[in-house]
Every structure is written in structure tokens, then in C-alpha cells.
Design a protein around this ligand. Structure first.
Ligand code: ADP
Ligand code: MG
Length: 358
């Protein structure tokens, strides 16, 4: 999927913006507070129906306005022309894709695959386990059709067991739901592990010359159903005290290693940012190979804390993988180092002007 034309209305300081986009790299530059990130926020909103900066739509709607509107003309992989639009007010959301109403956010996310790398993305490395699980779950919902089914089954059984803990129910009742939990825990771990291994296989293509020997893994050991069941049984007493289930895939963590060490402990902020960039690009390649569809890359503030060589590497990779990207920066010269920039947009106080290729 590629954005051909984009119209944004009333997203932060962008009152009315029209952009004719390059199918390759789009550099969005301008001073601080010009509205660069707001453009990426607009694209992200159109795809995911939420911002990557705030959970509150109120923050995004331009002061004094009632709603935001975003419209895009797209080309799909077969070069079909598709129109999609989003209108979102404080009360209501309306999404259209290719002439039809879209009722679910997840459906629109599948229609318009977008991967966003923002200055907050380092939280995948440095944040709490929930943020890593969220990253993994979100990816898996989109590439692994069976994942949703396993996930729902697991969470249903988990809610039942948690209810039993509160009721101090009898052993037989626990046995029933612990069987279901153990069964879906094995399946969940298996698909997560397969996906992680596929990401691991993509990373060397991306990171070659940059970060080496990067490896992701699940923190938990693989266990068979019988062992998980026995663990749950043994854990009941402690869970009764806690009032919920302390053990299982809902508490899973992901470990990011580099040269055999945990990345979150050994990398500087800049290195961590680069690591996450490579990770999300590997995810894009994996998405492309499974879904036969190009995700659109949004990279907010590429210049910060990343050195020339790494920036060059990222641009080369985006180009050689033929990914469409929207990259914001305060310093566009940084980004022209050897890479062929396809289109540049200058943002100034909420208005956007396209420039000829450098
Ligand atoms: N709801 C809003 N209505 C109007 N302007 C806003 C709103 N929210 C933020 N802004 C302003 O929008 C501008 C653009 O912000 P941003 O996209 O973060 O800029 P950049 O990424 O170029 O630094 C800022 O000046 C900010 O104060
Ligand atoms: Mg910004």
C-alpha cells in the first residue's frame, strides 16, 4: 500500500494540508513546533484510528474545532486506486475504505498497514514488559490469523480462573479452566516463538554493518501442557493471596539481546533508538513477506541521536526494500548524505510546501 495523496484537516496546528506523496521516501522538515509530527500523527490516525502521542483525541483536534478529517488516495500492490477517509470528533468516528464503511479499528489497521517509529519507541526496550507484550501482540494479530483465536481462548480461561480465585472455588473447578489455560498457553507460545524467530531471521538483512548479532527471545522457557498444568496447580495458593493468576503468557516478557547481552542494559540511548528502528524495519519486511503487502513506515525525528552512518544505512534499506516512508527531521541536510531523497516537504507554522527533489 502506498499513499499517493493526503489531505489533513484540523489535526493540531494543521488546518488544511494537501500532500502529493512520493512512493518512496518523503522527508518532512521544518523548525520545532512547525507541525511535522502532526502530519505523521494524521497518517497514523487514518490507519490506526488513534494517535501515537496521546490516547486523548481532544489533544489532537485543533483548538476551537469539532473534529478532524483525514483523507488519502492510495495505490495497492496491484496498482488499484483506493480512497480512504476518517472523520473523528469527541463523540463519533466514521471510517470509509474503498467505498465501504469500516466498523472496526482492527479492520482499518489491516486495510492500511502502517508502522510507526517515534522517539517513544525505545520503550519497547526500556519500558515495562506490558509494552513489549503489546508490541508483540499487535504484530501477531496482524500477521498470524490463528493468534486472535488462541489469545481470546486463553484470556477467557484466565478470567474464569481469576473469578474462581476470588470465590475460593473447589479443586475440580480449577482443574477445568487450568486445562484450557495450559492448552492455549502452549499454542500461544508456539506462534509467538515462530514469529520472533522469523523477525530474528530478517534482522541481519536490515542491520548489516550496523548493529550486529541482535536476537530476540521469549523470557519464559518452553513447557509442555502437563508442566504448565502442574505449575498452575502448585501456584494456586499464591494466586489466592494475590487474587489473580500470577503465571502464564499474559505475563510473558520478551528479551532483546545484542552480542549475547541484554540490549536494555548495555545500549546507549542512541544505540537503543537504532536497535528499535532496525527491529521495526525487520517487522516491516516480515509483514511484507507474509502479507504480500507493503506497510507504510512513519519515522518521527530521525536525526536525533543517530549518527551519519546509521542514518545512511536506514535510508538505503528503505530504498532497497522499496518501502514508502515519511520521515520528519529538523535538519534535512543530515538525511541527504549519499541517499537519493525522493521528495521533500517544508513545514512552517502548520502549512506544508513540496520541494523539488534534491
Ligand atoms: N490541539 C491543538 N490545536 C492547535 N494546535 C496544537 C494542538 N496541539 C498542539 N498544537 C500545536 O501544534 C504545533 C505542531 O506540533 P508538532 O507537530 O509536535 O510540531 P513538530 O513535530 O514540527 O515539532 C505546536 O506548535 C503545538 O503547540
Ligand atoms: Mg515533532
Amino acid at each position: 500500500m502506498r499513499l499517493k495523496e493526503l489531505d489533513i484537516y484540523d489535526v493540531r496546528n494543521l488546518t488544511e494540508v494537501h500532500m502529493e506523496c512520493s512512493p518512496g521516501i518523503n522527508i518532512i522538515y521544518g523548525k520545532n513546533a512547525a507541525g511535522k509530527t502532526a502530519i505523521l500523527e494524521g497518517i497514523h490516525l487514518l490507519a490506526r484510528v488513534c494517535s501515537f502521542r496521546t490516547p486523548r483525541i481532544n489533544d489532537v483536534i485543533q483548538h476551537g474545532k469539532q473534529q478532524i478529517s483525514i483523507m488519502a488516495r492510495l495505490n495497492d500492490e496491484q496498482n488499484n486506486k483506493i480512497v480512504t477517509g476518517l472523520e473523528k470528533s469527541r463523540q463519533a468516528t466514521k471510517i470509509r475504505f474503498n467505498g465501504l464503511n469500516v466498523n472496526k479499528r482492527s479492520e482499518q489497521a489491516r486495510n492500511l498497514p502502517v508502522l510507526t517509529i517515534s522517539p517513544d519507541s525505545h520503550r519497547i526496550l526500556h519500558g515495562v514488559p506490558r509494552e513489549r507484550r503489546h508490541w508483540l501482540d499487535w504484530s501477531m494479530f496482524h500477521v498470524e490469523p490463528a493468534y486472535m483465536e488462541y489469545w481470546q481462548k486463553y484470556h477467557h480461561a484466565l478470567r474464569q480462573r481469576n473469578a474462581l480465585l476470588r470465590l475460593c472455588a473447589n479443586q475440580a473447578q480449577f482443574d477445568i479452566w487450568e486445562n484450557v489455560l495450559a492448552n492455549s498457553a502452549v499454542l500461544l507460545r508456539r506462534v509467538r516463538k515462530t514469529y520472533i524467530d522469523r523477525i530474528n531471521a530478517q534482522i541481519p538483512y536490515i542491520a548489516n554493518g550496523g548493529i550486529r548479532q541482535v536476537e530476540i527471545d521469549l523470557r519464559s522457557e518452553e513447557q509442555d501442557q502437563e508442566t504448565i498444568r502442574a505449575n498452575l496447580r502448585q501456584q494456586r495458593k499464591a494466586d489466592l493471596v494475590a487474587g489473580y493468576t500470577l503465571y502464564g503468557p499474559h505475563r510473558e516478557d520478551i528479551v532483546f539481546n545484542i552480542n549475547g547481552r541484554e540490549a536494555s542494559r548495555s545500549l546507549s540511548r542512541g544505540e537503543g533508538k537504532l536497535y528499535v528502528l532496525f527491529l521495526i524495519m525487520a517487522q516491516a519486511l516480515e509483514y511484507k513477506s507474509i502479507k504480500q503487502q507493503q506497510p507504510i513506515m512513519l519515522i518521527d525525528d530521525l536525526s536525533a541521536e543517530i549518527d551519519d552512518e546509521a542514518r545512511k544505512r536506514i535510508l538505503e534499506q528503505l530504498q532497497c526494500q522499496d518501502l514508502q516512508a515519511f520521515i520528519t527531521t529538523t535538519n534535512p541536510e543530515y538525511l541527504e548524505n549519499g541517499a537519493e531523497i525522493l521528495k521533500r516537504f517544508h513545514v512552517e507554522q502548520g502549512s506544508v510546501n513540496a520541494e523539488a527533489a534534491a
